[in-house]
Write a protein that binds this ligand. Structure first.
Ligand code: IMP
Length: 430
């Protein structure tokens, strides 16, 4: 029996939702361990579209437990809205099939406002965040002043915690000429929704320990991608959490010895939303066509995603950093019409060839990709479910990619539909 961790191996939006949903048919428990409602997962089930932001993808399946771990930052109002929205689509969300860690930090209105203020002030050098308050909330967590789910249990405790966090935020807001937050107003708002949130609150680490003892299969659902990791990504153009698989342990309270198989979701080309370096970006018709065919618009912010060729150097790097065991390759069908397809196999920086992305942003902006070119297959691969049915040139592309990045491709997704997948290796059965 294995527990599986799913992470994005690029800049997010690799199509994790579909893979997690498919894997959750075998899992008993699906857990998110970092990020918040900056994530956007689109699931297509029987032609019905579900857009999830905070809820784990397992929620759409019956008899599965869905969990938000302590590493997740929770906007309580956004959570309640999402629960309401999904309930309206006939999905059941109860304290039996859903729980949240009592230690998770809450995103409050001033976090979201601060995210906006900072992005607006930064002008051209903005990060391009989702403006959901993710960064400011994680800052408060590390600054030991955040309001956590458990603080909603006692009015006097909440009062003290709010006093503490507002002493910091109101000082900053004063400096920025922004309105001062009134503790009692915010407390009232929080106490109003507290019972609806607290009914899901549990010590998640303890529950996970019980699941492990009962031999339940756990699926950890990463959000964003390794290149957005606050330590290992393209800093400062990153999110504010660790997106690497080891966070599945820190962000839930389950020991790393229980994390067995790491599945990296990898798009057959590259996309990125927000600012930051992107060596293989295509600011031309090819990039536009990838965006159009791949429907590359953000689930959360509806922003147009930047598109480019597959960056083998970067994915090889993220595989090493994160310990990925296998790759689920997604959106291969988006390349169906291409005359030729390129993989970046090296960079050139100041006249020198290099085999990895350097850490300094100025170098990351300046590397020039060196490509290997493959002939396109010009045949429809959409909906193919067996490797033998793939056109020869598509197989060659997939094998070359696998060989270069150094990890086994365990599945290939050929459409947004749940069953349109070529399965080469089942992570839960290895
Ligand atoms: P934040 O997470 O909202 O602070 O945004 C920081 C960076 O991460 C920005 O470049 C966002 O576009 C990016 N980002 C955050 N969440 C996602 C996601 O789910 N998919 C892709 N990019 C994301």
């Amino acid at each position: 029996m294995k527990n599986v961790i799913v992470v994005g191996s690029q800049w997010g939006d690799e199509g994790k939702g579909k893979i997690v949903d498919w894997l959750s048919s075998e899992a008993d428990v699906v857990v998110r361990f970092q990020g918040g409602h900056n994530a956007g997962h689109t699931l297509v089930i029987d032609k019905k579209v579900f857009k999830l932001r905070l809820l784990p993808s397992g929620i759409v399946r019956e008899k599965k437990i869905s969990i938000l771990g302590n590493g997740v930052v929770i906007d309580p109002w956004a959570l309640l809205d999402e629960i309401k929205e999904i309930k309206n689509k006939g999905i059941s969300v109860t304290d039996e099939n859903f729980m949240i860690s009592e230690s998770a930090s809450l995103i409050l209105p001033f976090h979201q406002e601060m995210d906006e203020i900072r992005e607006d002030i930064a002008g051209k050098s903005k990060i391009g965040t989702t403006r959901r308050g993710i960064g400011p909330c994680y800052e408060d967590k590390v600054g030991r002043r955040s309001i956590r789910v458990m603080d909603l249990r006692s009015e006097s405790n909440l009062d003290n915690r709010l006093k503490n966090v507002l002493a910091h935020h109101n000082a900053v807001r004063k400096g920025l000429n922004k309105k001062i937050y009134k503790k009692d107003e915010l407390k009232k708002k929080l106490l109003k929704i507290a019972p609806q949130i607290l009914k899901y609150a549990k010590p998640v680490w303890l529950e996970l320990d019980k699941f492990i003892k009962n031999r339940k299969k756990i699926l950890f659902e990463g959000a964003q991608g390794i290149l957005l990791d606050v330590d290992h990504g393209t800093y400062p153009y990153v999110t504010s959490s660790n997106t690497v698989p080891s966070m599945a342990s820190t962000g839930t309270g389950l020991g790393p010895d229980k994390l067995n198989y790491i599945l990296g979701i990898t798009k057959a080309y590259t996309t990125r939303v927000g600012s930051g370096p992107f060596p293989t970006e295509l600011n031309n018709k090819i990039g536009e066509s990838l965006g159009k065919k791949g429907k590359e618009f953000g689930t959360v912010t509806a922003r147009k995603r930047r598109c480019g060729w597959f960056d083998g150097v970067l994915v090889r790097q993220t595989i090493k950093i994160s310990g990925i065991n296998g790759i689920a390759l997604t959106k291969l069908d988006v390349l169906d019409d291409m005359d030729e397809i390129k993989i970046c196999v090296q960079y050139e920086l100041n006249g020198k060839k290099i085999d990895y992305l350097p850490s300094a942003p100025e170098d990351q902006f300046n590397v020039r990709p060196i490509y290997k070119t493959f002939p396109g297959w010009k045949t429809k691969t959409q909906g193919i479910r067996h490797m033998k049915d793939l056109p020869e040139n598509a197989k060659k592309y997939v094998y070359a990619l696998e060989d270069f990045i150094g990890a086994k491709i365990s599945s290939i997704s050929t459409s947004p539909e749940r069953d349109d997948t070529i399965l080469l290796e089942d992570p839960f059965k290895i």
